[in-house]
Every structure is written in C-alpha cells, then in structure tokens.
Design a protein around this ligand. Structure first.
Ligand SMILES: *Cc1c(COP(=O)(O)O)cnc(C)c1O
Length: 392
C-alpha cells in the first residue's frame, strides 16, 4: 500500500485530500514522496510564515526538546512566561492564555466574554453577535459563531443566543445589539469566507458601538494576524484595539499553538482560577516556538518585508485579472490575497499543482494565496507564471 491508500484506509474521511503525499520541505518549496517540487503559496493554510527549514527556529525547538517539553500549568515554566510577555508586547494587549489550536482560542474568548457579562448583572441570558460568512473553527463554541450554515446544520443545537449580522454592514450589527449583548466577534479580514478585509468605517463603527454599549469586541486574527497583512495584527491598520484578540496559525510556525489575549479591564473582570484551563496549552515546547517565531519576526523585519512586497504581489495578481476573462477580481490585504473566478477554483488548483504550485481555495470560486511571509520577488513571478498557464 502506498501512503495515499494507507491514509484512505485508516484516516477518518473528514477531508478530500489532494492526491499527493508531502515528504519534506525547504525554504518556500515542498517536495512530495516522488521527489516533485512545489512552490508553496498555501503554507499549510497560512501557518508556515517563516518558511521551511529556518535554522534558528529549528535549533530552538531541538534545544527545548532536550530540556523539557511539558510541565502542565500547575507550575510556571520559562518559555511560557517569556512568550506571554512577547505576545503582549507585539499585540498591545495585557494578559494572554495559550491554547493548542485556533478553535480553542475562540472557545476561551467566548468563555471570557460570557464571564465578563455574567459578573456585570449575574444573569445568563446574554447574546453574542457574529458575522455571516465568518469562520472561527470546528469545536462546538467556535462552530456556533461560524456564519456558514453548511458547516453547522448537522451539528445543532449550538451553544445558543448567537445572532448573525452582515460583515461590513454596520446597520445590520446595530440592529442586533441590545443591553444583553456580551460580545461582537469577527475576523479583521475574513479568511475561509472568501478573503474580505473589514472596511475602515465598519470596524471603527463596531468599536464605537462596543464602547457605547459596554460590549466586548473580539477580533479573530488567527489567519490574518502575525504579520500576514503587513501589520503584526491587522487591526493596527485601523488604529483600533479589540478587547480580546485570538491568534494561532503562524504563531507557532507549524507547532500547534494558539492564544487569546485580553486587555487589563477584561482580565481583571472575568476569568479567575478554576474557570478555565488546559493540560497542554502553553507548554514549554509550544511557547518556545512562539518565542522563536517572534524573535525571527524582529530580526528579519517580517512585517516590513510583507509591506514592501505587497505592491509587487498585488500587481502580479492584477495582471492575471486583466489577462484572463475568468478572473473577476483580486482582493485582500498584504500576503492574504484572493482571486475570485467565474469558474470553480478546483480545476485551476489541480492544474497549478501539476505545474508545481500549491494554492488553495476559500469558497468554491475563490483562489486563496497565503504564502510564507518570506517569499521574494522571484517567487511571486514564478507563482504568476504558473497560474497564468493554469487559468483558461
Ligand atoms: C483556521 C482558523 C480558525 C480555527 O483554527 P484551528 O487551529 O483550525 O482550530 C479560527 N479562525 C480563523 C479566522 C481561522 O482562519
């Protein structure tokens, strides 16, 4: 049995996987078990921001394996304390809780918002406003605020008291907000829903609505955060700050780790010992990865690099829009870009893969490009040439 057959025989069929078996990677290229090389503009779904084989990152992990990988949260450990400070410094938040995934960061954010509201009036009938076409993860709480009926239908009942507004439509949010609204949750740039950045007027309007009504703003930056838009967090561009921010994906550069970070106001009026916990979350191995990631971001000025190359990336994609009638538009922010097609994206993705380029979709007609943040101009040109040949 080859590995594809082995996987089909023993892995639960939760995914329709592309017919290739990844073996190893170097820089911004992935190699399959047959030795074929692919330029990677998927990065494990916006995860491998530093690219593959970053020496300092890998050495830090190897060192931590030999020291200790896990302690539980009943004790302090060196990397978790240092990584907490580092995450607070780069996010402008005041306290952080480390998780093992993005969905768990959302769960923690929801619990924190519910506890904050509970302490205000000691009732349990609060609601949360989420957005249509949002994606926040697959666990029951995260799924409950995910605005895609297709993902939710078979798994109802959800956690309850969730209302869905239209993204970038402030009036639709205002119409749903009342004195029992504990939180508004949204992605700063919608990812799975098709790569839609928040309009400035919308996100600032939501921030003001939250301030006026005592509602917590939860920004999900699991995909768009960690430098992907050219800002460490996408909300920086708008000059606002959320009350709670979630992060994951690029945070560990491949090591499974997420986090939610809160303001001091939220920290002092929500979670107390006994309310929330995790066995693995924030263990020394995962948080050493976070420290090494943030160290590389600083040394390599990753956000500066993304800002500098964004015009080149956008121009390459815009050329494809003008040249191919089936490409309706380009949209996105920084290195989180989409091409919306008139045709299903699947055929183009297959052709690109055969041509040596990994891209993914974000909805049936949308090509998503979320490369490692260390790509250079040659990589962008190579991507454009392969897509050019893959598009009808
Ligand atoms: C990927 C993603 C999640 C879920 O993260 P997991 O690690 O898969 O649980 C949540 N929110 C957004 C915006 C994401 O892109």
């Amino acid at each position: 049995m080859d590995h594809k057959e082995l996987g089909d025989s023993y892995l639960l069929h939760a995914y329709n996987r592309y017919p290739m078996v990844i073996d190893h990677a170097e820089g911004v290229y992935v190699y399959d078990t047959e030795g074929k090389k692919y330029l990677d503009f998927a990065a494990g779904i916006a995860v491998y921001a530093l690219g593959y084989g970053n020496r300092e990152f890998n050495d830090a992990l190897k060192d931590q394996i030999d020291r200790i990988m896990h302690t539980s949260n009943l004790f302090y450990n060196v990397p978790a304390c240092e990584a907490a400070r580092a995450v607070c410094e780069v996010s402008g938040m005041d306290r952080v809780f480390f998780t093992n995934s993005g969905a768990e960061a959302i769960e923690g954010a929801i619990k924190t918002a519910r506890k904050y509201a509970f302490l205000k009036d000691h009732s349990t009938d609060h609601n949360i406003i989420a957005m249509e076409h949002s994606f926040h993860g697959r666990t029951m709480g995260a799924l409950s605020v995910t605005g895609n009926p297709h993902y939710r239908e078979a798994f109802n009942p959800d956690i309850g008291n969730i209302r869905f507004a239209r993204f970038n439509d402030l009036d639709s949010v205002k119409a749903l907000a009342d004195e029992k609204t504990s939180a508004i949750i949204m992605e700063t740039v919608q990812g799975e829903g098709g790569i839609y950045p928040a309009d400035e007027g919308f996100i600032k309007g939501v921030r003001k609505l939250c301030d006026d009504m005592g509602i917590l703003l939860i920004l999900d930056e699991i995909q768009c955060g960690m430098g992907r838009t050219g800002y460490m967090f996408a909300f920086e561009k708008y000059g606002i700050r959320p009350d709670i921010v979630t992060m994951a994906k690029a945070l560990g550069n491949g090591v499974p780790v997420g986090a939610f970070a809160v303001t001091k106001q939220v920290a002092d009026n929500s979670i107390v010992p006994g309310d929330h916990g995790t066995t693995y979350g924030g263990n020394p191995f995962a948080t050493r990865a976070v420290l090494a990631v943030l160290d590389q971001y600083e040394k390599k000025d990753i956000t500066g690099h993304v800002k500098k190359l964004t015009p080149c990336f956008e121009e390459a994609l815009s050329e494809l829009v003008s040249k191919h009638d089936v490409v309706k538009e380009r949209r996105g922010a920084g290195f989180m870009q989409a091409l919306e097609l008139e045709i299903p994206a699947a055929g183009v993705i297959d052709k690109a893969r055969e041509g040596g380029l990994l891209v993914i979709s974000a909805g049936a007609n949308i090509l998503r490009l979320v490369p490692p943040l260390v790509i250079d101009e040659d990589n962008i040109k190579e991507m454009k040439d392969i897509l050019d040949k893959s598009l009808p």
